[in-house]
Design a protein around this ligand. Structure first.
Ligand SMILES: [Zn+2]
Ligand SMILES: [Zn+2]
Length: 403
């Protein structure tokens, strides 16, 4: 029992740490205990270790482990290693499933066995679809249609910007990925586990992958409860806590690593794909990608500081055109301030929501010089419109259509 208890404890601690590391960095949880623990674990602890290492070895351990970490998790080349990582993920799934099925097949009726092949196959299928997807990478040949996918919102995305690496104009909602070395349409995030970017087209497969993993884990948990339930009930005689604990230990002991261990692993780690799925459903509902949610969080902080201003694009255009020859200082490096001066930047995009807003942040907390009368200070995100948010269910429909 001692060994099993240790294994279970290790699984519990590992799932808890993974949970904190995964979810603590989400903007929504930044100011909660999960966010504080994430920063303590992922920022402050490594920094203190680095400090100790600098004093003890002159920083040799840090630089070696950094290189190893980057090599294992992010390096695209050699390709073999990138493949290994997907194999590790699938191997863990395969070993757990095989171990579990091998030991449960005789113990449960055929009706409970029947769903297993489908439930096990689905995560592999969606992993395959997510990993092999490439149409979200922006190429010169499909650039013109990518530019027509989404309108610029003049808050997160402005026309007239180009990717310095790809040398291509940046479509609204796209982002360059330094690991894929390509611009990604409707970029969500780069996932090191599947070694591909999630974006327009494969984001839906990623959601189904999370769902299918969660369902598989819940079904595994259900089966182990189904098998070990009678043992537990038989061992229990009174309703004291001690008795419940003893009966549980006996059932777990009887089940061993392959049934009780895998069942508990499935139960404890189901929170990872399902929690992540819940978070991504919230993002879809709110009409944003992970990338955009980080940008919105930055805007929210700047609005709280009182250095964000909103104006009407039409009015700004009229103003700028009338000032064109009188005031040369308007068109500086901020594209939002020179609206109306360079025609032809914005392409017409068919989109259900149109907005006349333009939003800027200034360093000095004052409205842009020379245009003071046109800008009003805004304090919260409620005062701006997210044109990419078509409304809860319609956002889901778009994602499932591969948009
Ligand atoms: Zn690029
Ligand atoms: Zn990427």
């Amino acid at each position: 029992m001692g060994a099993l208890k240790n294994v279970l404890l290790a699984i519990l601690v590992l799932s808890l740490l993974t949970f904190i590391a995964l979810f603590g960095q989400l903007p929504a949880l930044r100011k909660t205990p999960i966010g504080w623990l994430q920063r303590a674990l992922c920022i402050h602890l490594p920094n203190s270790l680095k400090h100790v290492d600098r004093l003890a070895t002159g920083g040799r351990v840090t630089s070696k482990s950094k290189r190893l970490g980057h090599y294992l998790f992010y390096e695209q080349n050699p390709v073999v290693l990138a493949k290994y990582r997907q194999i590790i993920f699938l191997a863990l799934l395969t070993v757990s499933c095989t171990l579990f099925i091998w030991n449960t097949v005789q113990a449960v009726p055929i009706s409970r066995i029947l769903p297993i092949p489908v439930l096990v196959a689905l995560p592999y299928y969606f992993t395959y679809l997510t990993v092999t997807h490439t149409s979200h990478f922006i190429t010169p040949s499909d650039l013109s249609s990518r530019l027509r996918d989404y309108p610029y919102d003049y808050i997160l995305f402005h026309p007239g910007t180009a990717c310095r690496t790809c040398n291509l104009p940046k479509p609204a909602r796209s982002k360059h990925c330094s690991l894929c070395q390509k611009c990604v349409a409707k970029s969500d995030h780069h996932c090191p586990w599947i070694n591909n970017c999630l974006g327009r087209g494969n984001y839906r497969y990623f959601l189904f992958l999370l769902l299918s993993l969660g369902v598989l884990q819940i079904y595994g948990t259900y089966l182990s409860v189904y098998i070990l339930g009678p043992i537990y009930r038989e061992a229990r005689s009174e309703s004291t806590w001690e008795d419940v604990g003893n009966a549980l230990v006996e059932a777990i002991n009887e089940g061993g690593i392959s049934i009780a261990g895998v069942g508990l692993l499935a139960a404890l780690t189901a929170v990872l794909p399902l929690g992540l799925l819940a978070y991504h459903c919230y993002l879809v509902w709110a009409g944003m990608t992970t990338n955009e949610s980080q940008k919105w969080a930055d805007w929210r902080d700047d609005m709280g500081d009182g250095c964000v201003f909103k104006a009407s694009r039409t009015q700004l255009g009229v103003h700028n055109r009338s000032q064109k020859y009188g005031n040369q200082g308007v068109a500086d490096d901020n594209p939002a301030l020179s609206i109306g001066l360079e025609d032809g930047d914005d392409i017409f995009v068919e989109w259900p929501i149109s907005s006349d807003q333009v939003v800027v942040r200034t360093n000095d907390g004052k409205p842009p010089a020379g245009q003071e009368g046109l800008w009003t200070r805004i304090w919260s995100l409620d005062e701006v419109e997210n044109v990419y948010d078509l409304g809860g269910w319609d956002n889901f429909a778009e994602v499932f259509r591969g948009h």
